[in-house]
Design a binder for this molecule. Sequence first.
Ligand code: FMN
Length: 284
Amino acid sequence: MGRGVSAALPGPVMVAAGCGGTGRELEPFCGPDGLAGLDLATRSITLDARAGGPGPRVVEAPGGLVNAVGLPNPGLEHFLATELPWLVRAGARVFVSIAGATMGEYADLARRLSRAPGVAGLEVNVGAPDEVGGGLFEVREPFHAASVIAAVRREFPADRPVLAKLRPDVSRVVESARACHDAGATAVVIGNSVPAAFPDGRAGGLSGPALAPITLRCVGVVRRSVPAVPVIACGGVHDVASARTYLAAGAVAVQVGTALLHDPTTVARLRVALDPSHDLQEDA
Ligand SMILES: Cc1cc2nc3c(=O)[nH]c(=O)nc-3n(C[C@H](O)[C@H](O)[C@H](O)COP(=O)(O)O)c2cc1C
């Protein structure tokens, strides 16, 4: 399915950014092959380490979670020295998610990651639910997101994919997808958590099955309006049926996030169910 569009694109199943831990936490739940051949977006990596936000960072909501984790990560140097080599040794196809406070930071991250062995591609986080509160570069306007993508694309080899991870905001998503694709994104990931609030009013993002109809609408509208743009659906995937719904709507791949926090075997089960060779065996 996904690989029919481009051999370099992930698919049909991928781990969503921030939901597979460092990879080590997920590995025991991935079956006999572990992470081998698994497409995985890392948690978002920033130039400097981030401690993450105050607790509680995650609370349950009807149909999902509200989270404000604050992108905790060890910073680029530590990631390059420890997490990345481990993921590469484990055989994962690593798409490093990057986030920056400035356009220059995004470019710097892309330049340094372009030289790191084993990076299959980048996923550029231009869709965080509250980038300003989180100290990230403001990308509310599609042309801001596209400028970030252009800056990253200039620093990253043309034969490796750059994925633009957008907000699932139906009023802007077509414009964002078109602008980011024109700026050099190989595909767009739709989307991130939806801006929401904790019971005490603190800003966060909603994730999980509650997002499925929103994601589906965004995927559908982008596929119809800008069919040249490959779409990776992210938001609300929780079982084989939900993944198939997005693929039927034209997504080249799906990402699994919150479902992994409930059941870390989800990605392994979806890989088996959606793998084309497995389908052929079933049909035979
Ligand atoms: C605990 C948690 C941590 C996350 N961390 C990141 C992150 O580091 N970078 C990012 O782009 N998205 C992050 N996300 C968003 C997910 O990758 C995904 O876009 C979102 O949760 C919607 O997908 P889902 O409904 O399958 O969870 C995080 C989500 C959760 C719940």
